[in-house]
Design a protein around this ligand. Structure first.
Ligand SMILES: [Zn+2]
Ligand SMILES: [Zn+2]
Length: 189
């Protein structure tokens, strides 16, 4: 039993890291005018940073999560083709695909008693921690499933180190200035 609980938490933390990785990619490098992903991924991401309540007010359970489900299913399909699929990768991707829904719970003023209970248990991210992401300088706490992975990554400046490594090896710098402009324009419109 202890082994199953331990395996579940390892999958949960791996899933949380994946939510943080994709969120960091969007927040750091994603611009609205990019082909294909610009309108589909970058624009909703920028909108969330302008109006954090938009995801609470609009959409359905399906529309909010279909992108994540599609991505998780595609990655799992690739793992199956490569022969790397197993119960752990399945659970990790399944949990990752619900990251946006957990994220939404952290922007709701009122949630169900079950969600509150899971927050109190520490199984899902505390509201206070996600609110840190929406405070200046807006450059941390990207993971949205739990509070534990962010705590470790922030302590070791993981995202800043990764950005430096990418800048040194590829010459690609974070697009924060351009994104800040986009956020300002949207906030005024
Ligand atoms: Zn963000
Ligand atoms: Zn948020």
């Amino acid at each position: 039993m202890l082994k199953i609980v331990g395996a579940f938490f390892v999958c949960l933390w791996c899933a949380d890291f994946l939510t943080g990785f994709f969120h960091w990619l969007e927040d750091t490098y994603c611009l609205e005018h990019y082909p294909l992903i610009g309108g589909f991924i970058c624009e909703p991401n920028i909108e969330h940073h302008v109006d954090t309540q938009l995801m609470v007010r609009t959409g359905t359970f399906f529309s909010r999560n279909m992108l994540q489900w599609g991505m998780a299913a595609s990655i799992f399909g690739l793992l199956v083709i490569c022969g790397w699929a197993n119960v752990y990768t399945f659970v990790t991707l399944l949990l990752t695909s619900f990251g946006n829904e957990v994220h939404r719970w952290n922007h709701m003023h009122k949630t169900s008693p079950l969600v509150t209970f899971m927050k109190d248990l520490g199984v899902i991210q505390a509201h206070r921690q996600h609110s840190m992401h929406h405070k200046p300088p807006h450059t941390g706490y990207y993971c949205v499933l739990t509070s534990q992975v962010n705590a470790v990554l922030e302590r070791i400046s993981f995202w800043r180190s990764l950005e430096k490594l990418i800048a040194v090896t590829t010459g690609i710098a974070p697009k924060r200035e351009s994104r800040r402009d986009a956020v300002t324009v949207k906030a005024k419109s």
